[in-house]
Design a binder for this molecule. Structure first.
Ligand SMILES: NC(=O)c1ccc[n+]([C@@H]2O[C@H](COP(=O)([O-])OP(=O)(O)OC[C@H]3O[C@@H](n4cnc5c(N)ncnc54)[C@H](OP(=O)(O)O)[C@@H]3O)[C@@H](O)[C@H]2O)c1
Length: 476
């Protein structure tokens, strides 16, 4: 004879019902709050609703398949579950309460006769599993996590080549993620602008932000590619608030035109992700006369971010995230040769110097814009398997491809920096896998105060001269 076990748990939460519902109704996020779960994913397309299916891998070594059978917005979700060991009916109720929301979880597990012995051997185990899941969910929704601090151990490991480089691979990602906290911040009222969202890491970040409910503006240089990508994001996430802006970000006339359009529309920007990038070999100049890595990786995002300040200021919790690279550790900014005109050209060096420049700008914005509550951070995505890496660095790609992380894994820290509540308390830092890393590994790469001033004087001069149109590649 089969055995039925019933569970019922209630928790009170100081969050509005729509926020609690938004978090819990995407059941793939159970991996953040249920300690018994190792991984969870949505296996059907579209927004959570009737018919959505999830596969949840348990730490105990088996999987559970969930199907949503009833879904009433902000009120109730009913799911059926099936695994090797049991079938279940799990129902979650969301009720308005004086402090916010009361969440009630009611479940009925059916164990076939062969697994009845399990209960005799481990009485109360299901209760304990239910209680620890509900306490994890409460902690996730209380959303009161400490901001990760810089760690001396990490800083030392970064200086040693092998441990530092190991962190960039998928193994580093897997190690770090064991320490992560849930991100339950509500993004339904946020607007994110993501550059380079048609491929690789930017595409993964835009998709995740859309999945979390944000309105996402994709900035791309190719309209037809952007339209295909936008409709794929809508299909995958069910979020229809995806729009497109066209700009070649290596051309300052396009960057200014983009800023003009966004400023004229006057919609606040809550999240700006400076992600578009590429590595150029041999040296190339844009039609405006700028060396291309400098234009795309430093001057473009500098002008974009500076000019969008009024829209960031209109957000309640604005964030800027710039995607840099561990390569910047090898270079110092050379203010008198920003466009790599001196000596023989190396695409990797020009790339790393431009990323270094954007790190310096990140520190400046963090300082200057703290008074507006704007949080500005930079990150290294690690080594991710993207079309950009495969085409720009074929030798490196062949050598490392078995250790590369997925674009989604590379994009994780972008989304965390953009969304998580605890990041609101830290600005001007460099991150990898949600951990703070030093922005320099050697004094050799550190610029002086005079060099910083000179860098910003040059970038500001270029901002002004390119705004009035024409080719203005200063000799810097
Ligand atoms: N993958 C890694 O291991 C790694 C490591 C360190 C840092 N990064 C950084 O991560 C970011 C994303 O790189 P990825 O690996 O995801 O490369 P990717 O797959 O090549 O994607 C790059 C994105 O940037 C866009 N882009 C390139 N040039 C542009 C331009 N002139 N104007 C507008 N958009 C432009 C591309 O648009 P199209 O689709 O039109 O080409 C694409 O959407 C870059 O900043 C890169 O430096 C990556």
């Amino acid at each position: 004879m089969s055995k039925t076990v019933k569970l019922e748990e209630t928790i009170d939460l100081e969050r509005p019902v729509h926020e609690v519902f938004a978090y819990v109704s995407d059941f793939s996020r159970v991996e953040e709050w249920d300690p018994a779960v190792s991984r969870a994913r949505k296996v059907t397309l579209g927004a959570p609703g009737v018919g959505t299916e999830y596969r949840v891998d348990m730490n105990a070594g088996f999987s559970i398949d969930y199907t949503v059978v009833e879904f009433v917005d902000n009120e109730r979700i009913l799911m059926t579950a099936s695994s090797r060991f049991f079938t279940a009916r799990e129902e979650i109720f969301f009720d308005l309460s004086a402090s916010g929301t009361t969440l009630r979880y009611v479940a009925e597990f059916h164990f076939p006769a062969v697994f009845r012995a399990f209960h005799n051997l481990f009485p109360g185990v299901m209760d304990r599993i239910g209680k620890s899941a509900m306490s994890g969910l409460k902690q996730a929704l209380d959303d009161n996590f400490a901001t990760p601090q810089a760690s001396r151990i990490l800083a030392t490991a970064d200086k040693l080549v092998l441990p530092g480089v190991w962190r960039f691979t998928k193994l580093g990602y897997r190690d770090s993620r064991r320490r992560w906290k849930p991100v339950s911040a509500y993004l339904g009222n946020h607007r994110a602008l993501v550059t380079g969202a048609t491929s690789g890491i930017g595409l993964a970040a835009a998709t995740k932000l859309a999945e979390l409910g944000a309105r996402v503006t994709i900035v791309a240089r190719d309209r037809s590619k952007a339209e295909v990508i936008a409709s794929e994001i809508v299909m995958e996430t069910g979020n229809e608030r995806i729009d497109i802006e066209i700009a070649d970000l290596s051309l300052m006339k396009d960057v200014h035109a983009l800023c003009d359009r966004l400023l004229a529309a006057d919609d606040p920007i809550d999240i700006l992700v400076n992600n578009a990038g590429a590595l150029f070999n041999p040296r190339q100049s844009t039609a405006e006369g700028f060396e291309k890595s400098f234009a795309l990786l430093l001057l473009g995002p500098y002008i974009l971010t500076e000019r969008l300040l009024p829209l960031l200021q209109r957000s309640e919790s604005p964030r800027v995230v710039s995607v840099l690279s561990g390569g910047m550790y090898t270079q110092k900014i050379e203010v008198d040769d920003l466009q790599s005109q001196r000596g023989s050209y190396s695409g990797s060096v020009a790339y790393a110097k431009a990323k270094r420049g954007l790190m310096i700008a990140t520190e400046k914005w963090a300082d200057e814009w703290a008074e507006h509550g704007i949080v500005v951070n930079a990150m290294h995505p690690g080594w991710a398997d993207t079309p950009g890496v495969e085409t720009a660095l074929p030798g490196f790609y062949r050598l490392t491809k078995h250790f590369l992380r997925t674009p989604e894994e590379g994009a994780d820290t972008i989304v965390w920096l953009a969304a998580s509540t605890e990041v609101g308390k830290v600005s001007g830092k460099f991150w990898l896998d949600r951990e703070q890393h030093p922005s320099h590994l050697s004094e050799r790469t550190r610029e002086s105060a005079d060099e910083r001033s000179e860098l910003f004087a040059t970038l500001d001069e270029m901002l002004v001269s390119t705004a009035s149109g024409g080719s203005r590649a200063l000799s810097a």
